[in-house]
Write a new protein. Structure first.
Ligand code: NAD
Length: 365
């Protein structure tokens, strides 16, 4: 099978971790007899420095024309504060919005080898396997007005929380579809006791739920859910929520699998199950303080590449093989600094990527 894959590494540790993910994808192609053509482009701060904008038309069109996008991360102190508008993120936001990547499943899975790598008791995190499905192109992060201004009484600012019924229904539907393929439990998370958008969210989720009688739907307020996520994470399966809540809860959730460096994500234009276009990225950012030191954990990026194989290329065996290779390397005791453990061998970004690629080879021999 031949596939074109856009690779947008971005800033900070983005290029380091993305390079390891493409290394692993290249090995998948060799072993399974595919041809992946990687098309690399600039995005974010590095694109601003080189071209004057966070994403050129040329790069946008290139990415749109591929089967999927492998993305690193964008931003950093050099660009984030320009006018308070985070210009380096505009490239990513444009891709998400214009390509309608509204559904963002973020996978939080505790791999058995890492059960002692979290701040939690092992019995709390053992077996955790949940998805935080974040609505990605609506709500507080996109709606207008959003601005700051000065008045005689001091500075003021506004952001807008806005959702349409259709925007809620389509992401909730993806939640039901994901839940159907798992433990058939969907939790819709909102703040419907306070927010009008959340009240609509709960009504729409309940209505859509009638189409899925085989999936058990429950609702929880977001504040209670932040607690439930660390109190009883093993009970949770698929959680669907708006853009802001999903952003925050998924970072919290990443601690359940050891590190931000272990949590992959997909940004999809529809339900998984057919070949769906998507952008694949680790949920972490550019981690500027550790960039360029060969110490970042590339596994979230590698696991995002596995999601790319599964959701956009429908290469299910290949996706499983990558996940098994990650597992094997961790079981052998190799760790990057963020998941370091006494008695385990500390290795760098490149070596971790290479070891996963090598484990992939040997797992097929
Ligand atoms: N999708 C994106 O491109 C995206 C997402 C989040 C943040 N950002 C940007 O990233 C920059 C830094 O943001 P931040 O510090 O809030 O979040 P961050 O995710 O970059 O880092 C948070 C913490 O986790 C650590 N960390 C993150 N990824 C790691 C990895 N793979 N291995 C080891 N440790 C890792 C960092 O060192 C840091 O201590 C900002 O400019 C922000 O705007 C971009």
């Amino acid at each position: 099978m031949q596939s074109d894959i856009a690779v947008l590494p971005g800033d900070g540790i983005g290029p380091e971790v993305t390079h390891e993910a493409t290394k692993v994808l290249g090995k998948v192609a060799d072993i399974f007899g595919h041809k992946f053509d990687f098309h690399e482009g600039l995005i974010g701060g590095i694109s601003i420095d080189t071209t004057g904008v966070a994403l050129t038309e040329e790069t946008f069109e290139m990415a749109r024309g591929c089967a999927a996008i492998l993305f690193g991360a964008t931003g950093g102190p050099k660009w984030d504060d320009i006018g308070g508008t985070m210009p380096s993120n505009r490239g990513l936001f444009r891709i998400r919005k214009e390509l309608q990547l509204f559904a963002n499943p973020r996978h939080i899975k505790m791999l058995p080898a890492l059960v002692n790598c979290t701040p939690f008791k092992s019995e709390t995190v053992e077996g955790v396997d949940l998805i935080i499905l974040r609505e990605l192109i609506g709500g507080l992060y996109f709606a207008e007005p959003r601005k700051q201004w000065s008045t005689a009484e001091g500075r003021q600012a506004v952001d807008t929380m806005f959702y349409t019924e259709a925007e809620i229904a389509r992401v909730v539907r993806v939640g039901f579809e994901l839940a159907r393929g798992r433990r058939k439990r969907l939790m819709s998370v909102d703040k419907s006791n306070v927010l009008q958008t959340s009240s609509l969210w709960r009504k729409v989720a309940t209505e859509v739920g009638k189409e899925y009688p085989d999936v058990e739907l429950s609702h929880m307020y977001v504040d209670a859910c932040t607690m439930e996520l660390i109190r009883n994470p093993r009970e949770l399966d698929v959680l669907v929520m708006d853009n802001t809540f999903g952003d925050i809860l998924s970072d919290e959730g990443s601690m359940l699998c050891g590190s931000l460096g272990m949590a992959p994500s997909a940004s999809l234009s529809g339900s998984p199950g057919g070949k769906v276009f998507g952008l694949y990225e680790p949920i972490h950012g550019t981690a500027p303080t550790i960039a360029g030191q060969d110490i970042a954990n590339p596994l979230a990026s590698i696991l995002s590449a596995a999601l790319l194989l599964r959701y956009s290329l429908e290469l299910f065996d290949e996706a499983l093989a990558v996940e098994a290779a990650v597992n094997a390397v961790l079981e052998e005791g190799y760790r990057t600094a963020d998941i370091a453990e006494k008695g385990r061998q500390l290795i760098g970004t490149k070596e971790m990527g290479q070891r996963v690629a090598d484990a992939l080879t040997s797992s097929r021999n």
